[in-house]
Design a protein around this ligand. Structure first.
Ligand SMILES: *Cc1c(COP(=O)(O)O)cnc(C)c1O
Length: 433
């Protein structure tokens, strides 16, 4: 039971150089944990250099909703490569970007009519925050430059995004001197299916009322808090947040980078509460996991506010903005999703996950289990040993990457019931004492 045996295994040149030169997410180069080399992937399976095939339970961090190497998405990329892979977006436009923006306006909650294409989720959050700040500057209220966020939230790793992540599990302590200070309300406690208790929003309500003159916006992940704890909360909370934002003249940013494109059973999680935010962040599944792309949508009110102010334009413009390859694949991925009865499919995944989760409640190490849409969560009493458990999952034929006390799956939507049963059986075999 130690990870030393793992690192002592014979390694290929790729793996040796990987440890010598390459940062991985949240990794140490002084004490590296060996990574697994993927050589190809198809459908729900990842193929490793030694020929091992793993059922993917992660959708590559919640992105590859249609699985890997999908002929329709491959074709969209190949077709676009033959035309133009990239062109600057300043002063130039193209059909892939325009069509994508039109599509996003059509399918997202009402009122979100303008689209800013960004290059990653964190950048989409930076853009959203800049939008709300610039909005209030333009309106002659620059003192409205604080944000109200929720504990257990996650919004990305760049500085503005980091400043609204959970202050305890996020990186506030480490970067105390350089991370902007904002307001945090307690995380919602009423579970997704639980009866609403108005007490749950009392502290939030007090905070927004006390600080409204300083608040540019509330930022939250609607209904599902992802990387900050995999928590599912009552849509009623979200409904009340929308009402309180309106009442106190505070904008609402919904970060649907994790929840967007069907993951929770609705196309967008805001639909559970039947609300529209003022600003919406999308990312992760937007290209079906093919390429990095994200989008920040806003209402006419916000875009007009910004553009009619002193600057006269929105002050942001990434080099790779509107990349045609990424936009083409995103168009294909969204069309593919909407062309099938995706809603029944997600319901099927949810009910299979729920059935499979039942067995876990008998394990002493398991605190609780839950599922919503294509998200299944096993919350342990104690944090797992990542290096050790990762190896055991691979040996059991699955790719699952827990964090802290959370062993969770966010499988590709193309996962069959058989894939899901295999996935959950493998997880059970690893967690079983
Ligand atoms: C993943 C995630 C982000 C950050 O996206 P990146 O593409 O990793 O920068 C932001 N918000 C939420 C809710 C996320 O799940």
């Amino acid at each position: 039971m130690n990870s030393i045996t793992h690192s002592a295994e014979p390694q290929s040149q790729i793996l040796l150089n990987d440890q010598k030169y390459v940062w991985h997410p949240y990794s140490s180069l002084s004490n590296p944990i060996p990574a697994y080399e993927v050589v190809s992937a198809e459908g729900v399976k990842l193929r490793l250099a030694d020929g091992t095939e793993l059922i993917d339970g992660m959708s590559s961090w919640w992105c590859t909703i249609h699985g890997y190497n999908h002929p329709v998405l491959n074709n969209a990329a190949v077709q676009q490569i033959g035309k133009v892979s990239h062109v600057m977006f300043g002063g130039i436009t193209h059909a892939p970007a325009v069509n994508l923006c039109e599509k996003l306006v059509e399918i997202t909650p009402a009122g979100l009519d303008k689209v800013f294409l960004a290059d990653s989720g964190s950048v989409a959050v930076e853009v959203a925050i800049k939008m709300v700040f610039q909005y209030w500057i333009s309106k002659g209220q620059p003192e409205k430059n604080k944000l109200l966020s929720l504990r257990n939230g996650y919004h990305g790793d760049t500085f503005a995004a980091m400043s609204v992540c959970d202050p305890v599990t996020g990186m506030h302590h480490l970067f105390e001197q350089v991370v902007e200070k904002h307001y945090f309300a307690p995380a919602p406690q009423t579970g997704f299916d639980q009866p609403w208790d108005e007490q749950d929003i009392a502290e939030f309500s007090q905070m927004i009322s006390d600080h409204s003159h300083r608040l540019a916006a509330v930022i939250l992940e609607p209904v599902v808090q992802g990387a900050g704890g995999m928590r599912f909360y009552s849509p009623y909370y979200l409904k009340r947040v929308r009402e309180l934002c309106d009442k106190h003249n505070v904008l609402l940013i919904a970060d649907e980078i994790a929840t967007g494109f069907g993951r929770t059973g609705k196309l967008f999680a805001c639909e559970w509460a039947d609300i529209s935010p003022d600003v919406l962040c999308l990312g992760k599944a937007i290209t079906g996991g093919y390429m990095t792309l994200a989008a920040t949508l806003c209402t006419d009110k916000v875009s007009r506010g910004i553009c009619e102010g002193e600057a006269g334009c929105f002050m942001h413009g990434p080099t790779f903005m509107g990349n045609p390859l990424a936009c083409s694949v995103a168009n294909a991925s969204i069309d593919l999703l909407l062309s099938a009865d995706w809603q029944s499919n997600i319901q099927r995944i949810e009910s299979t996950l729920k059935q499979q989760l039942v067995q876990f409640s008998q394990l002493k190490s398991v605190a609780s289990t839950r599922a919503l849409g294509a998200i299944g969560v096993i919350e342990m009493h104690d944090p797992v040993n990542m290096a050790e458990i990762q190896k055991q999952f691979v040996e059991a034929g699955v790719w699952v990457r827990p964090f802290g006390k959370l062993v969770y799956v966010m499988p590709p939507f193309i996962s069959s019931d058989e894939n899901l049963i295999q996935l959950m059986a493998a997880i059970f075999s690893v967690l079983e004492p």
